[in-house]
Write a protein that binds this ligand. Sequence first.
Ligand code: NAD
Length: 284
Amino acid sequence: MAKVISGKEVSAKVRAEVKTECEQLKAQGIIPGLAVIIVGDDPASRVYVNNKKKACAEVGFVSEEYALPAETTQEELLALVEKLNNKPEINGILCQLPLPKHLDEKAVINAISPLKDVDAFHPSNVGKIMIGDYHFLPCTPAGVMELVHSEGIEVSGKNCVVIGRSNIVGKPMAMLLLHENGTVTICHSRTKNLKEICQSADILVAAVGKPKFVKADMVKEGAVVLDVGINRDENGKLCGDVDYQEVEPKASYITPVPGGVGPMTIAMLMKNTLKAAKIQNGVK
Ligand code: NAD
């Protein structure tokens, strides 16, 4: 039977630490501020933005929401980003993705000041992560690592397999495992022998976006299984990329969905915003 790693508990701890540090900053007259831009009325994006605002309030940050209509032009959006780049009370800027089709996501990400880029999507921050000299880590992979650390799981020398190669999850996830001296394999939609490769994993990260994709026969006895997926199963119930029922008896550690990696993402966003406020105010 696997030990279940509770993202609920670990994320609450991270948020409590951020709150304490935020109080210390407030004593120095500094209140961290996060600006969240949302364009259009995608219901999932609305939920994410509301959760981020709620988390800000809980840890004591100021949050500003910029809800723009779906027909906002590229120029208008870039002008807002520029305004926020120059606003001293705002330490972190995030633009909720996906954007409506007519807007250029890449250009918007590139326009955010790297020092305020708390999602760590800006090419300059991505490059810094590659060379291991960074201020911010992308929130979801950083959250996965926080879960790994919370259990004292050793990565060094382990076979780590990441399924998924997206810029937001798979690629940076692989890089963070590599930084901790894991031997990392990235699998994707064109990978041959996926099952055999996964069977070699001491640490298996699933970031595929397919419900219950990872089955028991893909998992080595005693593997650490970290499930990034957020999907709906055939009954509309929330589930991960891992078939939890099947895999849990084989794993040594496993993250559930919901309550695993999910809550970590926002907690790490709070951590990044705190760090941005400290850097911008010259606080060590
Ligand atoms: P994505 O669609 O950008 O990437 C999916 C990856 O899976 C691709 O790289 C693709 O090559 C790979 N893939 C697809 N089919 C495959 C197959 N048959 N075999 C092997 N690889 C295959 O998705 P993403 O943005 O990386 O997100 C992945 C999952 O994580 C989604 O379920 C998403 O909802 C979830 N997610 C969760 C959080 C969180 O906060 N917990 C954050 C971001 C994404």
